[in-house]
Design a binder for this molecule. Structure first.
Ligand code: PLP
Length: 321
């Protein structure tokens, strides 16, 4: 995988013509190497962005125009709706819909999340693929190890690479994987012209992290399944949301105060935002999302620790719920 190239420019060739790489805002060899690997994983043409949210913004700005409407999966990542709301000033519209059914008519883009964060619903891929509009699947929580949305009719896959793909809490990046190479080329031109371009150092760290992706995700999934089952049987837990794949789950305790006591009582599981890390992370989501989520909802991202040790930690924290 070589060392990271820190150059941001490369000389023209002996005829004075630009080579494949000439200025890092348009393309960079370390970024390109990482994109090649990401493209293989999802079965398309991948482009990196400085964060998952930058990928969201770049994709909708490049695909849509003022007056266009996005059908956004209800209960998907809070920040995606916040980004769309922020863009309303520029004439972008969005409506929410239940992604387990068909997207509404009259929209220009369908936005799914697999599974949704923090409600953990899975999209109805067939219904979405039958819609006339292009389909984006935010597959951050599933990762290409467990799901390849392009094989289910999606046109674009999006990941916050900050989560499972990076996996070690030291990379902020986003990815869009395109089914159509021509669409990828358009998005790449848009990225270079608007400057929503990734830096090489995080790209290199991501490339290194991808070497352990499958091992991490399979272990996190297996541990999450064990934890979900035990939570289900716990008297202080009213609801467990786990779609049967991946390392992310959510569950409800009685109310906001109980959730706060649980999240501040864990010792192995870190009380922090984010997900997809080698370290298990827990947080009550009402602090960010307000009434959109039950007050007692806790989101748990299961890491690589011993599942019995994680359960012992959760069980002692739940005693205080
Ligand atoms: N998509 C999902 C499903 C997420 O969970 C997140 C972040 O939590 C994002 C997108 C945004 O990613 P980033 O924080 O890298 O901007």
């Amino acid at each position: 995988m070589g060392a990271v190239d820190h150059s941001i420019l490369w000389p023209y060739d002996e005829h004075g013509e630009a080579r494949e790489f000439f200025y890092a805002r348009y393309a960079h060899p370390t970024v390109a190497a990482t994109e090649a690997r990401l493209g293989e994983l999802d079965g398309g043409t991948a482009l990196l962005f400085p964060s998952g949210t930058a990928a969201v913004t770049a994709l909708v700005l490049s695909l849509l125009k003022p007056g266009d409407t996005i059908a956004l999966a209800e209960g998907s990542y809070f920040g995606t709706g916040v980004a769309f709301k922020t863009l309303e000033r520029w004439g972008l519209r969005y409506v929410e819909f239940d992604q387990t059914g068909a997207p509404p008519d009259g929209v220009q883009l369908v936005w799914l999340e697999a599974p949704s964060n923090p409600f953990l619903t899975m999209p109805n891929f067939e219904a979405a693929a039958a819609h006339a509009a292009p389909v984006v699947v935010d597959s951050t929580a599933a990762t290409p190890v467990l799901l390849r949305p392009l094989e289910h009719g999606a046109d674009f896959v999006l990941h916050s690479a900050t989560k499972y793909l990076g996996g070690h809490d030291d990379v902020l990046l986003g990815v869009v994987v395109c089914r159509d190479p021509a669409a990828a080329e358009e998005l790449k031109v848009f990225r270079g012209r608007t400057g929503i371009s990734p830096a090489p150092d995080p790209a290199w760290l991501l490339l290194r992290s991808l070497r352990t992706l499958e091992t991490r995700v399979l272990r996190q999934s297996a541990s999450a399944a064990v934890i979900a089952e035990r939570l289900d049987a716990h008297p202080k837990v009213s609801v467990v949301r786990y779609p049967g794949l991946g390392g992310l789950l959510s569950f409800d305790v009685a109310d906001g105060d109980a959730a706060r006591r649980v999240e501040t009582s864990t010792r192995v599981i870190v009380n922090s935002t984010s997900l997809g890390s080698v370290t298990s992370l827990i947080e009550s989501r009402a602090r960010w999302e307000g009434d959109r989520v039950p007050a007692g909802l806790l989101r748990l991202s299961v890491g690589l620790e011993d599942p019995d040790e994680l359960w012992a930690d959760l069980a002692q924290a739940l005693d205080r719920a």
